[in-house]
Design a protein around this ligand. Structure first.
Ligand SMILES: Cc1ncc(COP(=O)(O)O)c(C=O)c1O
Length: 375
């Protein structure tokens, strides 16, 4: 049996006609930039998340950069995030000339450890910290209740990196609608993935939404008159047309991911594997959308090799924490600074979880893991 980490072909087969119809309409209109599909998708996503506004941009990475720019973060400022995330969470800070400061993660959820956030905020006597970017890793929200409360107390803004978590909830609110801004990615492997790059900034602030709208078109409201120095970062009409079709199915796909995750966890327990391959921990206050199903595994690298031999695709999210990346050497961090992230980078393994995955395939993955541990 062969089980890929992700296959999008089954999903495409079911929506092919609708998607191609949407693309054809865009082609017939010859209106490719900032038209009715982008406007429509912005409204639909804002409604889906319960956020006031949504602004389509070229990628999730740009959503982070434009959020920081809209919040006035720039040269000499400091922004807090975790070292256990996709590169662009911290790259977006550095590219603006601001300094990423890392705080470690919680060992169970892999999300920002709020105690450590508090110590970092307390230490900042010079008031350089302008914002914090919690990441809703693998599809589960960070503790936005505590993070927002602390940020307010210290006069710091919150940017939710919701690239992996569209539809996930924290205390009944959807991720991306809780902080000052939220950042979505429509990269093809995301739960709502386009046919190329795409992203969105969400917010409840009209002022911030308007600022991001300007920033994505070189800082102008009226063409050729520039109030701000912005960038060219727009979601295009073809992507928006595809995403509008897919959004209608997102709820159903998410339910299937959640069901698959539940089935995996049940099988791990039944197989007596919990001490060898620990399933994800979801907080009671959260519902995860399982963009990834990530276990903590003993002898992780050997297990991964074994699974590969048996035709099972896996991935490491992420093998090298950001504080140890070459490009961040100038920040002065060293190995041992963030032990929880460093340990997670050595122990975690993402298994196939996509909606169309069959029960028999999950059975195969877990029984192969059991074979590996000599069960
Ligand atoms: C946590 C996280 N942040 C940011 C991004 C950046 O999104 P994009 O690839 O659309 O630029 C991604 C996705 O790759 C991500 O997983």
């Amino acid at each position: 049996m062969k089980v890929n980490l992700l296959s999008l072909k089954g999903q495409y087969g079911k929506i092919e006609k609708e998607v191609l119809d949407g693309i054809k309409k865009v082609c017939a209109s010859q209106h490719f930039i900032l038209g009715e599909n982008v406007r429509g998708l912005e409204e639909e996503i804002a409604k889906y998340l319960g956020a006031g506004y949504a602004v389509g941009v070229a990628s999730g990475s740009d959503a982070l950069i434009l959020s920081l720019m809209a919040l006035g973060v720039g040269y000499g400022d400091t922004v807090i995030t975790t070292p256990y995330t996709f590169f662009s969470t911290a790259g977006s800070i550095a590219i603006l000339g601001a300094r990423p400061v890392f705080v470690d993660i919680d060992p169970l959820t892999y999300n920002m450890d709020t105690e450590k956030l508090e110590s970092a905020l307390k230490k900042d006597r010079a008031g350089k910290i302008k914002a914090v970017i919690p990441v809703h890793l693998y599809g589960q929200c960070a503790d936005m209740t505590r993070i927002n409360k602390m940020a307010k107390g210290y006069g710091v803004k919150t940017i939710e990196d919701a690239a992996q978590s569209i539809g996930a909830t924290h205390r009944g609110k959807k991720g991306g609608s809780i902080g000052d801004t939220g950042c979505l990615s429509f990269y093809p492997t995301k739960n709502l993935g386009g046919f190329g790059d795409g992203g969105m900034v969400t917010t409840n602030s009209k002022t911030l939404a308007e600022k991001v709208r300007m920033l994505r078109v070189h800082g102008s409201k009226v063409r050729y008159y520039h109030e701000l120095v912005g960038v060219n970062s727009r979601l295009d009409e073809i992507q928006a047309a595809v995403l509008r079709v897919k959004l209608k199915y997102l709820g159903g796909w998410t339910e299937k991911r959640v069901k698959n995750a539940g089935y995996y966890s049940l099988l791990f327990e039944r197989a007596g594997l919990l001490d060898y391959a620990t399933p994800p921990h979801i907080e009671d206050s959260n519902s995860s959308v399982f963009n990834q199903y990530v276990i903590r595994a003993k002898k992780r690298d050997k297990l991964r090799e074994y699974l590969k031999e048996k035709g099972i695709g896996t991935e490491l999210y992420y093998p090298l924490p950001l504080h140890l990346q070459k490009c961040f050497k100038y920040l002065g961090y060293k190995r041992g600074d963030f032990p929880v992230s460093e340990k997670a980078a050595k122990q975690t393994l993402a298994l196939p979880i996509y909606p169309e995955l069959k029960k028999s395939e999950i059975d195969y993955v877990v029984s192969t893991i059991k074979d590996f541990y000599g069960g």
